[in-house]
Write a protein that binds this ligand. Structure first.
Ligand code: ATP
Ligand code: MG
Length: 313
């Protein structure tokens, strides 16, 4: 099931390695990542690699819950607990007993419920609305968010204690623009898959189209890339796809992706980074200046100039 997650970039693979390790445990997992990065796919993979694979896997989208119904949805209610409670009703946690509850968009959970969820995570006990007794349920929780919970905490919209409890093992899926090496892999995967699925001849990308796709920032991440592939594999079946065939948003915004290197919070010393990169390039090419220049995306003359400037031999 982890096979469903395509990607070989070091940051993606390191996230996957952690995911494989926690899959087999009962530990609470918090999956963070921008929209379309595959949080739901990852949650499914975690469940299917866990000992709970044959037990219920229940999904609760916390953003789709009206606040008035949220508590009853999660914990269930007793008949007569409130107007309209005509019979006893199980909540998602009881439905997931012995299995897994996937709490999607957990950042949207109303504050009072956050406290109740925390109590469940700490004691394993729940109290249905209108019930005087608590019950034990055995549920592994996988939560997901596409916004920064730290920011929500700062604004007083998310409980810090719940955050720490959920975040026992954080799995952060990097956005596509931070693993641009995976774009080509994903394009091949989806173009092949959609040609098969729709029983159409395959298409290939021209060099310039491929380069546009590889430098586009993909704000909708893998979901956006997948949709583009599905469209192109149908409309241009069996053809060579050229730059001009690409969707407008890609042609207009195919400026190099915003972040190649993420600037650390504490800042950097640009000059040192430059020296370091030049030295790494030289080491990797056994001192070959032409190949080093190519690795750095500059001309040989520029490289020689910069080496001299920094006193690198
Ligand atoms: N690494 C990946 N390999 C293959 N397919 C992927 C990968 N990541 C995402 N996808 C595909 O992209 C689409 C979106 O994935 P998913 O629904 O899991 O995203 P999400 O992170 O839950 O997004 P949202 O925050 O919008 O709910 C799905 O069709 C999924 O199959
Ligand atoms: Mg999702």
């Amino acid at each position: 099931m982890f096979d469903a997650l395509i990607g070989q970039s070091p940051n993606f693979e390191s996230m996957l390695r952690s995911a494989k390790m926690v899959a087999a445990t009962d530990v609470t997992v918090l999956i963070a990542g921008e929209t379309g990065t595959g949080k739901e796919v990852l949650a499914n993979a975690l469940q299917s690699h866990s000992p709970r694979v044959d037990k219920p896997f229940i999904t609760l989208n916390c953003a789709a819950l009206p606040e008035s119904l949220a508590e009853s949805e999660l914990f269930g209610h007793r008949k007569g607990a409130f107007t309209g409670a005509v019979s006893n009703q199980l909540g998602r946690l009881q439905a997931a007993d012995e299995g897994t509850l996937f709490m999607d968009e957990v950042d949207s959970l109303p504050l009072p419920l956050q406290a109740k969820l925390l109590r469940f995570l700490e004691t394993g006990e729940i109290q249905p609305v209108g019930d005087t007794h608590t019950q034990r349920v055995d549920v592994r929780v996988i939560a997901a968010t596409n916004v920064s919970l730290e920011e929500k905490i700062a604004k007083g919209e998310f409980r810090k204690d719940l955050y720490y409890r959920l975040n026992v093992v954080p799995l952060e899926i990097p956005p596509l623009r931070e693993r641009m090496g995976d774009i080509h892999l994903l394009l091949n995967h989806f173009m092949g898959r959609f040609a098969d699925e729709h029983k159409l001849p395959g298409s290939i990308f021209s060099k310039s189209a491929l380069s546009r796709l590889q430098t586009y920032a993909w704000p909708g991440n893998v979901r956006e890339l997948r949709n583009v592939c599905e469209r192109l594999s149908i409309l241009l079946a069996g053809r060579t796809i050229d730059e001009g065939n690409l969707p407008m948003e890609i042609l207009h915004r195919a400026a190099p992706a915003k972040t190649v290197f993420a600037l650390p919070e504490i800042g950097i010393e640009l000059e040192k980074v430059e020296i370091d990169l030049i030295q790494q390039a030289l080491a990797r090419t056994n001192g070959n200046r032409s190949r080093s220049a190519r690795l750095l995306g500059i001309s040989r003359d520029t490289l020689l100039y910069r080496m001299q400037k920094h006193g690198i031999n």
